[in-house]
Design a protein around this ligand. Structure first.
Ligand code: ARG
Length: 608
């Protein structure tokens, strides 16, 4: 369904296009910045007046005189230097809201004019290191971007560019092998023998089974031994060589470690309600065989040159502080390939094989220069068509209450799992307080929905480019733009609907029968106006890759619903008002559920 903004823009553009000399000046219809002046404003008149060197207010008058939008808006008002303010007519709002409720999506969502194939590269954890809070943002922001773009009708291909290759695997394999050896001995000859044997062969971790189950511990212990035990370090390096030579034994160990690590990540994705599966994992190792070809092609095209033994590309326009050209190193002097080489191979694959029209990378802002340079090289090499869009969607850091990057007391990165567990635990306390009579299962599932929802929603509400302070108290508050507030707003509407159905009337039928709405009260009209703009909120959120536009819309909606519910009785409304008000309740609940559940992957609760 076409949005109101779009309809207005089309109509106004037609009038503006008839003004001689107006080429290149769009109508620029935008939501009004101040609701007191209307619902939308036309911003395009002033640039047009400038282009025509004429008085903007006069031009605005001429355009208004020719404009026929009386079926949609009250008489347009010219304001300031030449803005045109538009206010929707209640009859139009009523008619549109009925259309929205009967639309295929039931929500009036706009589909993309030309659907695209869009690759979204997000999450990208590094193998054998547990996901920490830094990966949280990429994972959940990326997930909502995928859902938004998909909803618009695009073909979205999720790519989890996991860090599953590199020299660290040498020591992981060496360590993993030792652990397995220890376990085998313990299994065959008992724990005592295992202990004696491990004394001879080196230290064995106390709980061997745990080491295999948790790759992070494996990493930590491997690193410790690597730094302290030269024999182990040597063996580790031998494994790196073996891996590079693709020796089967080494490859098997590597595969096993990668698999364990992916399983650990998958647990997190499931917990977070993020739509990523093992099939979306297409990590760095997937490009190993392409890397020599990437370098060779760059050389052949005259883009890559030898510089201090390394192979480098110097894309135009990138300079260091002293003004010297900056290199993208694609191969080190020892023959090793780099992060950038893999990213170049990935672009080639995504455009060539996956047929991407657009590739979106969701990583923290610090990788900005890396991607700018990689994009420049890929374009220069002709691996990307001029019309293919490459977008780096950046985000800031998660900070602790002290304003510094979030760390544990001992200075370690905060683990995502521990963070979520704590959120659930705290949410549980709130549930216990508010609703002690619920069953154990209900308490558990509400605490889960609220806890995880709170962490995610807090992240989404922040403008993604800024840093934000992580605060359990704030995100779990029942007031303000938080998940519990939104979840509660939803549950409240559901309880109204349940009560409405108590009197043996079929509310669904009552709503379905509605042909015309009876909107009279200001708070009714305000709520209705907001409801017909859900599609606009989605378009702007998807267009800028900013989930906070969506959360702001949802919060507004909940607040407008609150005013409406304060002013207007629903259950005891007169017969001519009741269906209208029930429909407003129903659409508000549907919209909140769609926004939270379908687009942000946050559970709603029917009863709170
Ligand atoms: N593994 C990387 C990290 O943890 C993120 C990968 C981002 N994607 C990419 N194509 N480079 O920083």
């Amino acid at each position: 369904m076409q949005s109101v903004l779009n309809i207005l823009e089309t109509r106004i553009s037609e009038v503006m296009a008839k003004v001689p000399g107006s080429q290149g000046c769009p109508a620029l219809v935008r939501p009004a910045t101040d609701a007191r002046f209307g619902d939308y404003q036309i911003n395009g008149v002033m640039p047009l007046a400038k282009q025509l060197k004429t008085n903007p207010r006069k031009l605005a008058e001429q355009i208004v005189a020719k404009l026929d939008i009386s079926d949609i808006c009250e008489t347009p008002e010219i304001a300031g230097p030449g803005f045109i303010n538009l206010r929707l007519k209640p009859e139009f709002v009523a008619k549109t809201l009925v259309q929205v409720s009967k639309d295929a999506t039931g929500l009036g969502i706009e589909k993309a004019e030309k659907p695209k194939t869009i690759v979204v590269d997000f999450s990208g954890p590094n193998i054998a290191k547990q996901m920490h809070v830094g990966h949280l943002r990429s994972t959940i922001i990326g997930d909502s971007i995928c859902r938004l773009l998909e909803l618009q009708g695009n073909k979205v291909i999720r790519q989890n560019h996991i860090g599953d290759w590199g020299t660290q695997f040498g020591m992981l394999i060496a360590r993993n092998r030792r652990t397995q050896f220890g376990m085998l001995i313990a299994y065959l000859f008992g724990e005592k023998t295992a202990e004696r044997m491990t004394k001879v062969f080196g230290k064995r971790p106390d709980d061997a089974s745990n080491v295999i189950a948790n790759t992070e511990q494996l990493y930590r212990e491997a690193k410790k031994q690597y730094d302290s035990d030269p024999k182990f370090a040597k063996r580790s390096r031998e494994f790196v060589v073996a891996l590079q030579k693709k020796e089967q034994g080494a490859l098997n160990y590597w595969k096993r470690i990668v698999e364990l690590s992916i399983n650990e990540c998958q647990e997190m994705y499931d917990k977070l309600g993020v739509k990523l599966t093992k099939d979306d994992a297409h990590g760095e190792s997937a490009y190993n065989d392409d890397l020599p070809g990437v370098v060779a092609e760059l050389k052949k095209k005259g883009l890559a040159v030898e510089s201090e033994g390394a192979v480098c590309v110097f894309p135009e326009g990138f300079k260091d502080k002293e003004g010297k050209p900056l290199p993208v190193i694609v191969q080190k002097s020892d023959g090793a390939y780099l992060y950038a080489t893999t990213d170049l191979a990935a672009i080639r694959y995504r455009v060539g094989e996956l047929k991407a029209d657009k590739i979106i990378y969701v990583t923290d802002a610090r990788q900005g220069l890396h991607f700018e340079m990689v994009f420049a090289v890929a374009r220069k090499a002709g691996w990307v068509k001029p019309e293919t869009e490459l977008v780096h969607v950046t985000f800031g850091s998660v900070l602790g209450e002290d304003g510094k990057p979030l760390k544990t007391r001992s200075g370690e990165n905060v683990k995502l799992k521990e963070l979520l567990d704590e959120a659930i635990e705290r949410a549980r306390k709130v549930v216990e307080e508010k609703n002690p009579g619920l069953s154990e299962d209900e308490k558990k599932s509400i605490a889960n929905a609220v806890g995880i929802g709170a962490v995610k929603y807090a992240d989404y509400t922040n403008n993604r480019t800024s840093d934000y302070i992580f605060s359990f108290d704030k995100m779990l508050a029942m007031e303000g733009n938080t998940a519990p507030y939104m979840q509660y707003a939803y549950a409240r509407i559901k309880s109204i609907e349940r009560k409405a159905g108590d009197k043996k009337v079929d509310v669904k039928q009552e709503i379905a029968n509605i042909k015309n709405l009876n909107l009279t009260e200001t708070s009714e009209i305000n709520l209705a106006k907001h409801l017909i703009r859900y599609g606009e909120a989605i378009s702007s959120s998807a267009g800028d890759y900013r989930p906070n536009y969506l959360t702001a819309y949802l919060y507004d909606l909940a607040q407008k619903f609150s005013s409406f519910y304060n002013d207007c009785p629903v259950l005891d409304a007169s017969a001519d008002k009741r269906p209208t008000r029930l429909l407003l309740c129903d659409l508000t609940a549907k919209t909140i559920k769609h926004g939270l559940h379908n687009l942000l992957g946050i559970e709603v609760i029917e009863q709170m």
